[in-house]
Design a protein around this ligand. Structure first.
Ligand code: ADP
Ligand code: MG
Length: 338
C-alpha cells in the first residue's frame, strides 16, 4: 500500500477534534491555536522493539502503552492533553497490524480528548514514537523543582504492580492467558492508566510532581535533586495492592525500585493536606502520604554514603533505616545518567 493511502486509512480522523486545530493531517505541518491565558506543555516518548517492548507485543497493547506513557507526562505537569503527532517506523505495511494499532490509538485518544494532527511514516526496524501537546494555565504547570522543606510527599493508588508483572513474565511464572492476581498485574504492566484528573486537580495544591516511570525512589530522587531538598520516606506507608501483597508479602523492594507504574508522586505543603484529600475524594483515585521533604545534607550530589544509604532519599521501615536489596532496580536508580 502506498504511504499516502496508509496515512489516509489509518492515521486520519483519530481522536477528538478540537476547534483550536486550525489545520490537521494532510499539509506540511499542522497549525494549532493556543487559547489566551494558556501555554503549551510538550513531551515525546519513543518505544523501540527489543528495547522497550519485545517482538510480538500485540499492536493494540503497544499503542495503548505509547499513548498512556505520554499522557502520563501530561498528568505529571497537570496539563490537559489536546494534540498528538506520531512517528511510525515499520518493517512492512502489515494492514492487520496497522488496523489494530490505529484502533487502539483512536480509542485512547478519544477517551482522553486528544486529536492526532500529524506524524511521519518510514520503513525500518519497528519503532513508534508519540509527541503529545497539552494546555496549562500560564505559569501554573507542576514542575519537579518546586518541593519545599516540610512538604508532605504523596503517591497515587498503588506501586510495584507493573514491575511484579514483568518479573513474573521474565521468570515464566506467567505464560498464556493470565488469571487471578496475574490478570490484575498484567493490566498494570500493559494497560497503565494515566492519572490526568489527579494531575490537573493538583494544580495550585502540589508544589512538585513527577510520574513514576523509573521507580518510586528513582523518580522521587529527580524531585529531590531538582528542588535541592532531601526526602524521608516511611517504607511501610508505600501503597501496595492486594495482588502485590498476595505475591510479595511485606517485601517492598519491587514497589520501591521497579518502574512502569505511571502513578504520580507529588509534594504539597502541610497546609494543603486536607484540601488534597478532599479534592482526591471526588476522583476515582487514592493518594497516600509516604513521607516528608527535608533539608538536603551537605553532599547532595553523591548518590550514596559509605553505608550504602542514599543522601537524597532516606528510607525507613517502622522507624529503622532501610536499604534496598542490591538488585537490578537499585543499580538503575544509582546510575547518575538515568
Ligand atoms: P512530508 O513529506 O511533507 O513530511 P508526509 O507525506 O510525511 O509529508 O505526510 C503527509 C501528511 O500525513 C502530513 O500532514 C503528516 O503530518 C501526516 N502523517 C504522516 N504519517 C503520519 C502518522 N503516522 N500519523 C499521523 N499523521 C501522519
Ligand atoms: Mg514526512
Amino acid at each position: 500500500m502506498a504511504e499516502f493511502s496508509l496515512i489516509e486509512r489509518y492515521c486520519q480522523g483519530l481522536g477528538t477534534e478540537h476547534p483550536d486545530t486550525r489545520l490537521s493531517i494532510g499539509d506540511d505541518a499542522a497549525i494549532i491555536s493556543v487559547p489566551q491565558g494558556m501555554e503549551l506543555a510538550i513531551s515525546v516518548d519513543s518505544m523501540v522493539e527489543g528495547v522497550h517492548f519485545s517482538a510480538g507485543l500485540a499492536p493494540a497493547d503497544l499503542a495503548h502503552k505509547l499513548i498512556a506513557v505520554n499522557l502520563s507526562d501530561m498528568a505529571a505537569m497537570g496539563a490537559l492533553p489536546k494534540w498528538a503527532t506520531i512517528t511510525l517506523t515499520l518493517p512492512d505495511h502489515d494492514s492487520e497490524w496497522l488496523r489494530e494499532f490505529s484502533g487502539s490509538i483512536n480509542s485512547m485518544a478519544t477517551r482522553f480528548g486528544v486529536e492526532l494532527i500529524g506524524g511521519d511514516t518510514t520503513q525500518g526496524p519497528l519503532n513508534v514514537s508519540l509527541q503529545i501537546m497539552g494546555l496549562l494555565p500560564v505559569g501554573k504547570g507542576l514542575r519537579r523543582s518546586g518541593a519545599q522543606v516540610g512538604d508532605d510527599i504523596y503517591i497515587s493508588n498503588t506501586v510495584g504492580d507493573a514491575a511484579l508483572a514483568l518479573h513474573r513474565l521474565q521468570t515464566n511464572v506467567v505464560h498464556g492467558t493470565p488469571s487471578g492476581v496475574d490478570s490484575f498485574l498484567m493490566d498494570a504492566l500493559l494497560r497503565p492508566e494515566p492519572q490526568l484528573e489527579l494531575g490537573q486537580a493538583m494544580l495550585g495544591l502540589a508544589s512538585a510532581c513527577i510520574d513514576i516511570s523509573d521507580g518510586v525512589v528513582a523518580d522521587l530522587r529527580h524531585i529531590a535533586r531538582q528542588s535541592q531538598v532531601a526526602m524521608a520516606i516511611e517504607v511501610e506507608k508505600v501503597p501496595l495492592s492486594t495482588a502485590y501483597r498476595d505475591v510479595c508479602g511485606g517485601d517492598y523492594d519491587l514497589a520501591l525500585s521497579g518502574g512502569d507504574d505511571y502513578q504520580l508522586a507529588f509534594t504539597a505543603p502541610v497546609s494543603n493536606a486536607e484540601l488534597v484529600q478532599a479534592t482526591v475524594k471526588q476522583l476515582a483515585v487514592s493518594v497516600t502520604k509516604v513521607g516528608c521533604v527535608m533539608e538536603a545534607s551537605n553532599s547532595p550530589n553523591s548518590a550514596l554514603n559509605e553505608n550504602g544509604f542514599d543522601h537524597l532519599i532516606k528510607l525507613s521501615l517502622n522507624g529503622k533505616p532501610y536499604t534496598l536489596a542490591d538488585n537490578a532496580g537499585y543499580q538503575h536508580f544509582t546510575d547518575e545518567r538515568s
